[in-house]
Design a protein around this ligand. Sequence first.
Ligand SMILES: Cc1cc2nc3c(=O)[nH]c(=O)nc-3n(C[C@H](O)[C@H](O)[C@H](O)COP(=O)(O)OP(=O)(O)OC[C@H]3O[C@@H](n4cnc5c(N)ncnc54)[C@H](O)[C@@H]3O)c2cc1C
Ligand code: SF4
Length: 488
Amino acid sequence: MNKNLICIENGSEYTDTRQERLPQAAPCVSGCPAHVDIPGYIALCAEGRYDEAADLIRRDNPLPGICGRICVHPCELVCRREKAGGYVNIRDIKRGVTLNCGKPETVEKAPGTGKRIAIIGGGPCGLTAAWNLAVMGHSVKIFEKMEKLGGMLRYGIPRYRLPEDVLDEEIENILSYGVEAETGVSVTDYASLSGKFDRVVIAIGDQKDRKIGIPGEEGDGVYSAVDFLRELGEGHRHDLSGKTVCVVGGGNVAMDSVRSAVRLGAKKVILAYRRAVEQMPADPDEIESSQEEGVVFDLLQAPYMVERDGNGHVTAFVTTPQRLVDDENGGRPKPVPVEGAEKHRIECDMVISAIGQSLDEEGLSQSGIETKWGRIVTNEDYSIPGTEGVYAGGDSVTGPDTVISAINAGKKIAYDIDRSLGYDHKIISKIEIPKPWIPEKPTARAAVIKADMETRLNTFQECERGLSPEDLLKECHRCLRCDRVIFK
Ligand SMILES: Cc1cc2nc3c(=O)[nH]c(=O)nc-3n(C[C@H](O)[C@H](O)[C@H](O)COP(=O)(O)OP(=O)(O)OC[C@H]3O[C@@H](n4cnc5c(N)ncnc54)[C@H](O)[C@@H]3O)c2cc1C
Ligand code: SF4
C-alpha cells in the first residue's frame, strides 16, 4: 500500500496535512490554479525526499514532469521572494523533483464503483479527469481523435520545449490506473454516449485556427500556426532552408512558430506584431530565447494583405504601420494606424498566422450543448445545462488558456462527477512536511542551463535543461516557507 497518497471512500475524518499547515494559504499556492502544495514539495525536495515531493505534486496534478517544463507558472508571479533576489524558480524545482524521483508509486485505488465515465478528448483536461476518476474507483474510457493522447501537449507545444518521452511517460502512468483509451476516433454525436455511460466529459480544447481576414490569405504559402505545429507534432518536418518566414502574432503560439521555423532551417524568421514588445502576451523568457536564436521583430505592424506573384507564390506580408494610444477602459494600449504612413512590405516566402484558436463546434448544438462566444456553456460545477450528466472543461469552456488551468478543470470535474454519483472520494496526502527554516541572506534566483546555440539552431532537442544539482538545492532554500509564517 502506498504510504504517501491514499484514496478514502465516502468521506473521512482524516485531515489533510495541507489544511493543518496552511492557516493562511501561501501566495504561490493561491496563485497556482490547481493549488498544488508548492512550499510542501519545495521543503521535501530540499531534504532530497524526491519521491514524496513528486507524490505530493501528483495529488493535485498528475502531469508534474510536463508542468516542470512548460507551465506558465502563475505561482511564481506572486511569490514573496520577488523583492529579495527574484521570485523562487518554482517551475524548475518541480522539474528537478521529477528528474530525481523514482517511478511513481501506485496510489491505492478505491474499490470499483461500477460507474462508467466517457471522456472525449485526451489533452491535459481529459487526462487529469481520467486519472482522478480512475483512482476514485470509476471505469474510465477516453475517446481521442488524434492517433496519440496528449492534446496540445503533443500536437501544439514543440519538442524542444517538451520532449516526447516525458509526455509518453506521464500519459502511460495515467493509463496504468486502468484508464482505457480509444484513439483515432472523432466523437461528434455527444448525445449518443450519454445512454452508454453514467457520465460524459467533453474536453475537446480549441482545435480550429482563426483567420486574419485579409486579402491573399487563402492559398499555398500561408499556414495557420495550429496546422504548422500540429504537423510538427505528427513528425512532419517542413524543410524551410533558404526560406524567409513571417509569423504573425505576439503570444506563446507565435513564439513556438518562430522558434520552430528557426530549427527547420529558415534563412530568416520575422515576427510581425501590431503592438510593441511590452504588450506582447508571450512569456518574456520565450521572447528572449527567440531573439537569442536570431528572430527579427517587426513591431507596430497590423496585417493588411498577403502579396503574391503571378504564379500565386507568396512574395510579402504587407502591413499598416501603427502607433499606440491609451485605452479609455484601462486596458493595453491600442494600436491605431499612423496617419499618412505608407504600407510596409515584409518580404517573405511563407506566412504563419498565430493569432489564436477557436472551438470546433461540429455536433455540439445537435447534441443539445449550448455555446456562447465560441465556448461551451457550463454551470458552476462544470455540468452542461439541459443535459443529463454531461460535463465540460478546459479550453473548450474557457477559450485558449493554459495547461495548469486545464488540469485544474479536469480535477474539479472528477470531484463534481464523483459527488453527483453519490460518493465522496478524496485523494489526500499523509506526507510529513519538513519544519520551516530561516532563509539565508538574499541570493539571486538560479538561472536554468540552456543547450548550446548550435543545438538550439539545428535540432529539436530540449533547449532548457533545468537547474544544476547545486542550484536546485540552493533554490529550494530561497523559499520563505510562507505556509508556516503569517505575514502582516
Ligand atoms: C502551440 C501551443 C503552445 C502552447 N504552449 C503552452 C505552454 O507552454 N504552457 C501552457 O500552460 N499552455 C500552453 N498552451 C495552451 C495549452 O496547451 C492548452 O490550454 C491546453 O492544452 C488545453 O487543454 P485541453 O485538454 O482543454 O485541450 P487540448 O489540449 O486541446 O486537448 C483536447 C483534445 O481533444 C481532442 N478532440 C477534439 N475534438 C475531439 C472530438 N470531436 N473527438 C475526440 N477527440 C477530440 C483533441 O484532439 C485533443 O487531443 C499552448 C497551446 C498551443 C496551441
Ligand atoms: S517564498 Fe516559497 S512559499 Fe512563499 S510564495 Fe515563494 S515559493 Fe511560495
